[in-house]
Design a protein around this ligand. Structure first.
Ligand code: NAD
Ligand code: UFG
Length: 338
């Protein structure tokens, strides 16, 4: 019996597989490496000293996907595969809808056919939209502001409908807040293409000298220091949350949306200061205009994760900054040099 991990070579997938292998769970990965490198999976094996099986397969390729279900006795699926760049999704909506939604439908059809009804799906706090107040609870009304977010919302809806048609499914929709950091070994981490969109990879690239300075988007939000507040969560804590979700679905039928965050908000300036102190590195920055589509404050109510999964995030913002920096310093070019 094995767990199928789609998109397992990516940032969150690779960290999750470390946790699965360390819990002696057999893992089969499919990834088309559109936003990752197979080297990440070699590193996962180096960290754990355990083997996994990986296929270079696009989830849109139904025949090849079916072969994976034929080759292995799959007991559950963790579905990370998807495109995730918000700005790109606005420019290329069809690519996002096709890849994320059609790809998911192909996967769910095969799961149905092979009687694999256990699923952990990567959703996002982006489904809470712009107007809900934090702390965000799972039962709030959902809305989205870009095609990427809409794919997450639609896949959640599709899964609700699948469950309503067949109540033997066991599904958890994990709504991630802001995953940052890296495995403490420094061997795996986030490896963005081109100019990073997100705060932490931008900060680490300024730290290493790849970029001159950070632009802080907005200083007039209704927050303690005027800069945006987010719920940053260490990627290793997030990865452990998947293991807890997997354990949960083996025992519970139904479909549950669950936030994965720390429940604490930190401002952009706090992140910069914590990073500088933890790593003894200076991060020059300038204040820029607000980024369109950003909200001032976004953090999770994490009581449902604690209650249902028995999971809480343990790592501090300082841990996140230190581990992100270790990965960036050890591999300034990410996985490309290998
Ligand atoms: P990532 O891009 O590092 O990982 C996604 C992986 O999926 C990549 O390895 C990519 O090559 C693969 N992939 C994409 N399309 C595929 C396809 N058609 N067939 C096979 N493989 C495919 O992203 P991540 O940060 O690890 O995110 C994982 C999941 O979590 C995504 O679904 C993302 O939308 C979601 N998520 C991420 C964040 C975040 O801030 N990182 C926040 C909320 C939700
Ligand atoms: N920020 C800057 N400068 C930068 C980048 C970001 O000041 O160069 C600020 C943003 O304005 C925001 C904070 O840092 O206040 C965090 O921004 P990120 O881009 O790192 O994260 P977001 O919260 O905007 O978005 C992330 C994911 C989305 C996901 C969303 C869900 O990138 O995919 O969380 O909450 F939809």
């Amino acid at each position: 019996m094995a767990v199928l991990v789609t998109g397992g070579a990516g940032y969150i997938g690779s960290h999750t597989i470390v946790e699965l292998l360390e819990a002696s769970i057999d893992v089969v990965v499919v990834d088309n490496y559109i936003n990752s490198k197979p080297e990440a999976l070699n590193r996962v094996q180096a960290i754990t000293g355990k083997d996994l099986t990986f296929y270079e397969v696009d989830i849109l390729d139904e025949k090849s996907m079916e072969q994976v279900f034929e080759n292995h006795e799959i007991e559950a699926v963790i579905h990370f595969a998807g495109l995730k760049a918000v700005g790109e999704s606005v420019a290329l909506p069809l690519s996002y809808y096709h890849n994320n939604i059609t790809g998911s439908i192909i996967l769910f059809k095969l799961m149905n056919k092979y009687n694999v009804k256990r699923l952990v799906f990567s959703s996002s706090a982006t489904v809470y939209g712009l107007s809900n107040p934090s702390p965000l609870t799972e039962n709030l009304p959902l809305s989205t502001t870009n095609p990427y977010g809409t794919t997450k919302w639609m896949i959640e809806k599709i899964l609700q409908d699948i469950y309503h048609a067949d109540s033997t499914w066991q599904i958890v929709l994990l709504r991630y807040f802001n995953p940052i950091g890296a495995h403490e070994s420094g061997l795996i981490g986030e490896d963005p293409n081109g100019i990073p969109n997100n705060l932490m990879p931008y900060v680490t690239q300024v730290g290493i000298g790849k970029r001159k300075q950070l632009g802080v988007f907005g200083k007039d939000y209704d927050t303690p220091d005027g800069t945006g507040v987010r719920d940053y969560i260490h990627v290793v804590d997030l990865a452990k949350g998947h293991l807890s979700a997997l354990t949960y679905i083996t025992k519970h039928k139904g479909i549950e949306a669950i936030n994965l965050g720390t429940g604490n908000g930190h401002s952009v300036l706090e992140v910069i200061k914590t990073f500088e102190k933890a790593n003894n590195v200076t991060i020059p920055y300038t204040f820029e205009k607000r980024r369109p589509g950003d909200i001032g404050t976004c953090y999770a109510d994490v009581s449902k994760a604690k209650k249902l999964l028995g999971w809480v995030a343990k790592r501090s913002l300082e841990d996140m900054c230190r581990d992100a920096w270790r990965w960036q310093s050890m591999y300034p070019e990410g996985y490309v040099n290998d």
